[in-house]
Design a protein around this ligand. Sequence first.
Ligand SMILES: Cc1ncc(C[n+]2csc(CCOP(=O)(O)OP(=O)(O)O)c2C)c(N)n1
Length: 377
Amino acid sequence: MLTWGKESLIKQWHKCERGIIIAGVTQPQNPEKYCRAIGRISQLLNWPVLAEALSPVRNYASLNPYLISTYDLILRNQQLAEQLTPEIVIQIGDFPTSKQLRSWLNKTQSKRYIIDPTYHNLDPLHGNTIHLRTSVENIAAIFPQIPSLNPAGEILLSSISKGGFLQLWCDAEAKIRQAIDGKMAATNSIIEPKVSWLLSQILPPQTPIFIANSMPVRDVEFFWKPNNLEIQPFFNRGANGIDGTLSTALGIAHRYRSSILLTGDLALLHDTNGFLINNKFVGHLTIILINNNGGGIFELLPVAKFDPPFEDFFATPQNINFDRLCATYAVDRELIDRWEKLKQKLNPLPTSGIRVLELATDRKFDAKWRQEQFLGL
Ligand SMILES: Cc1ncc(C[n+]2csc(CCOP(=O)(O)OP(=O)(O)O)c2C)c(N)n1
């Protein structure tokens, strides 16, 4: 039951050209219905949808023509960040991982609405936000009932006004996406960011993927390409722990679909006892292990320049031989040294067993690559 003045609110949104929708972190029961609802609102308002990779929206891209997946990189450009400042923001689900988005939004004076049926506080910025305690599907359903929006009883899509706010967002997205695609496609060496970019294009449809915290979840947010593969992302944001990663992924895959875990080496090592389930496990889990021998995330911090103590106290390399570690648990492990090999191994996926596909990467090189190619825009 909606108790707020929904019609006047929707009219108010409709009158505003400078609005954005943030499709945040969430796992709806019916992803297609959820993405369709967001697509409908976006098209009726002519507002772009900034879609976190931990939202199903990026994996149902055809339902959202104004999808913005590179917002973190776009907003690193000062001039664009100013031009793209919204008057109204609708947030659906938890706020995205992106610190860039968070600090940008914090600086703007935008009016913010959160659409979510729960009583959780989903505003990490603790701003003057109005929480509409209903589902996005409900909101989408009442749009056509607003007479001023829809005199003919149809959903009328107005075209993007040239040079307008929506166009600016869509142009920025197209430009950055093209740059990402070009650079990734031209990179033959094994680098961490390319894993997320490639997975978003090659996984079998509807594959469940558990994305570990640290750089995997960030690379996914930066580089996961919009697709129509209906991939099911799983994650454990909360306090962003790297504990329990393997067990959680095994729990998802057990008696379910052939699944993927994308993880760094420290997160996997934190929970290697999870492998003990091997003889009881039913189903398949492929672990894509990005082995950069330590915490690659810390290479992005200023402290990375100070070694010692950086290596011993921050990066904490463990120098583990994963071939031997996996052999202890009777788990298959294979080194992936070519992108073609990764593609072959992932489609189709096996139907039983646990295996590790290890990509050996260089965290210092990859941090520099991200910074030089994209993050320092
Ligand atoms: C339980 C827990 N312990 C420690 C941390 C702090 N921490 C955050 S990221 C990280 C490094 C993770 O390294 P890895 O899994 O190899 O991923 P990478 O940074 O290389 O992407 C650590 C130790 C945490 N988030 N959770």
